[in-house]
Design a protein around this ligand. Structure first.
Ligand code: COA
Length: 420
């Protein structure tokens, strides 16, 4: 069977961030609600110059600067996004132009809330695995700005980032298990953004319920296929525990804890057993907590410092995990869960590459985080209230190797910057 998966990853984040405790204090809320209750520590604040296109192009430029990434071999460019900048022209087309990429490639965007990035990744993998790519690679980018608005319940769960991935038949970062994905989708109104609106509408608590239903459905479906293929086995341990790590889509970090406990609850239910008494429940809760620390916590570093990144969330989770533990996970199988409100979801798995740690080091995660500037709540509110199409910073204000939106001229969005 043809090998396929992620060969390299690069990221881009907004230049400014807010300490989440500063936001809590300004809103008269106990900081522990945000830090412990939601699991956040910092939140990225994108100015209008750092739009979905600019972040996508910056991440892709970083990817293309990596050794052995050959732009002339890319035959497909797909951007997963739910915060595109035009109803018709895809973000992918802007990125192709900004990076002066070859004309011999398919370009399109994929949309299904936060699931759009996974839809893009799967389309690229299927294209390569089917043989249609004929040796070419795909560039998959997840790029979004998550906005709920000032003083809303969702305010502490905003953020933004882009993740660019080279997808190929040399999956040095993660080789995907083909044919094993478990999917779950249903028509629900948990989160949406009517045309023309900049801020999402969200039924927050209901969206958590929808996510949990989806993770149960998708996980069980993956488990059935993985068991048939003897990738996991029924036995003394839960089959989810046979995955070295599980990376979850995280609209806020606490969601991963809820999702992981839910999967374990499904495992327990599925082995049939009597209802748990208080002692057994306490023991189960302790096992859930320990399992979370080992299997899930290392994937949450970037989300806790950037916030929600919609389509990019799962892949920032993968980047965090391999940044922290890439060497020890080489050759091991991990699970990934992607959720997009509305809803569509997918549980899939893959094997970490022998060179994953070295490949992720090229993403320069610490350096990118370290270059950001902390702002106060007054500055955050000023930025949030800027008109969507204001080109903050002026037309020449893009650091080398990055891109910025520079205003609308003749009805056309313009950008400044360079691929570096
Ligand atoms: N110390 C510690 N924890 C605290 C606390 C304190 N002082 N005060 C509250 N908490 C905990 C709550 O117990 C809760 O944790 P739990 O869910 O494990 O019980 C958590 O903090 C959040 O509190 P809650 O009252 O539920 O917050 P909220 O009503 O303001 O809304 C969201 C939280 C996530 C629903 C809201 O931020 C939102 O709508 N976000 C956007 C939508 C989203 O992210 N959806 C997810 C699926 S895609």
């Amino acid at each position: 069977m043809n090998r396929v998966g992620i060969e390299a990853i690069a990221i881009a984040v907004p230049q400014r961030y807010l300490d989440i405790e500063d936001l809590a204090i300004a809103r008269g809320i106990a900081p522990a609600k945000y830090t412990v209750g939601l699991g956040a520590s910092e939140m990225a604040v994108a100015d209008p110059g750092e739009d979905t296109v600019a972040l996508a192009a910056t991440a892709a430029a970083r990817l293309l600067r990596m050794p052995n990434v050959d732009a002339s071999k890319i035959g497909m460019l797909v951007v997963g996004t739910e915060t595109g900048v035009d109803h018709s022209k895809p973000v992918a087309s802007f990125v192709q132009g900004l990076l002066d990429l070859p004309r011999t490639m398919r370009t399109f965007d994929t949309q299904h809330a936060c699931y759009g990035g996974t839809a893009a990744l799967m389309a690229a993998c299927d294209w390569i695995a089917s043989g249609s790519a004929d040796g070419r690679t795909a560039l998959v980018i997840c790029s979004d700005i998550a906005r709920y608005g000032l003083k809303t319940a969702g305010e502490p769960t905003q953020g933004g980032a882009a993740v660019a991935m080279l997808v190929s038949s040399r999956p040095e970062v993660l080789e995907l298990d083909r044919g094993m994905s478990g999917v779950f989708s249903t028509d629900v109104h948990d989160f949406w953004r009517p045309l023309g609106r900049r801020e999402a509408v969200v039924d927050g608590h209901y969206s958590i319920e929808c996510y949990l239903d989806a993770v149960a459905g998708a996980y069980r479906s993956w488990r059935e296929r993985a068991t048939e293929r003897e990738v996991v086995r029924e036995g003394p341990t839960y089959r989810s525990e046979q995955l070295a790590r599980i990376v979850y889509h995280v609209p806020f970090c606490k969601m991963a804890r809820k999702a992981h406990a839910h999967i374990r609850k499904c495992e327990l239910e599925d082995v049939g057993g009597a209802a748990l008494d208080a002692v057994a429940r306490a023991r189960e809760d302790a096992l859930d907590a320990a399992s979370f620390e080992t299997q899930v916590a290392p994937s949450l570093m970037l989300a806790s410092r950037i916030g929600n990144t919609y389509t990019g969330s799962l892949y920032l989770g993968l980047t965090s995990l391999l940044h922290l533990q890439g060497a020890e996970l080489a050759g091991k199988r991990i699970g990934l869960f992607s959720y997009g409100s509305g809803c569509s979801s997918e549980f899939f798995s893959g094997v970490v590459g022998a060179r994953a740690a070295a490949m992720i080091e090229r993403a320069g995660v610490e350096e990118i985080l370290g270059r950001r500037t902390r702002i106060d709540v007054t500055e955050y509110e000023r930025i949030m209230e800027l008109p969507r199409e204001s080109a903050v910073g002026g037309a020449t204000d893009a650091a080398p190797g990055t891109f910025r939106f520079a205003g609308v001229r003749d009805d056309r969005r313009t950008y400044v910057g360079s691929a570096g």
